[in-house]
Design a binder for this molecule. Sequence first.
Ligand code: B1M
Length: 211
Amino acid sequence: MNIYLEISENLQKGKHKAVQELVEQAINDALPAVDILNQGLLHGMNIIGERFKNNEVYVPEVLVAARAMNIGLKLLKPLLAEDGERFVGKVCIGTVQGDLHDIGKNLVKMMLEGKGLEVIDLGTDVSPETFINTAIEENCQLICCSALLTTTMEVMGEVVKCAQEKGIRDKVKIMVGGAPVTEEFCKKIGADCYTSDAASAAETAVELCKL
Ligand code: B1M
């Protein structure tokens, strides 16, 4: 079995120590970090996602897989980060109120930092007011909102409204993303842009911070 499949299978079983050791081994073998991420960690997480959808596994199994995923991500972080210009802009990021999913948000954060952006991580379950107050206090050019639930993605519209109410809508850009989010939804709520994955989120963020 190749090492990517081993990482994927151990992640699916929630064996975080094995995932840690295998990712370390792959890094030591000089395998590309992006392949370790896509063919190993994300491959395993996608399978768990499908099984979760089909009621073949339940929340506890998904949680241990998510823990293994986050451990693997931490190890890859320095390798995924590029040695670019430092602090090309300031961004705050969080998963919206009511939503506890943070793996995608963490991946986006890592890529943003890799592009030289200064990132304030607000964590999960973040209220619209917290996004907007942070953007004001920290002088952020960009707010990044992640949502994984069809029920919580609506909070992104509240973030846009809150920015209007606090009079900063013309000073801050709002980017939205996460599995249920679409370009159409982004337009509907009046956010500035939608990106579908962490790499394009980071590239777009740099462009938005330059505006
Ligand atoms: Co949850 N969950 N979950 N879950 N969970 C989903 C999202 C679900 C699709 C599973 C399913 O039924 N198929 C489903 C949502 C259904 C829906 O809304 N239509 C679901 C559900 C129902 C729930 C609960 C309600 C289950 C329950 O309790 N009965 C519950 C809700 C808790 C809450 O948030 N209030 C719940 C709980 C959990 C766990 C806690 C067990 C765990 C989260 C652990 C954690 O995050 N620390 C979990 C997980 C892991 C998942 C799945 C299996 C995997 C999500 C993930 O991390 N994917 C997920 C099924 C799935 O997505 N296939 C599922 C990997 C990650 C890298 O992808 O986050 O999509 P993703 O990020 C991508 C892009 O979307 C993008 O970049 C990343 C890739 O490059 N992206 C952005 C993300 N944010 C972005 C922001 C951007 C730009 C791009 O700009 C700002």
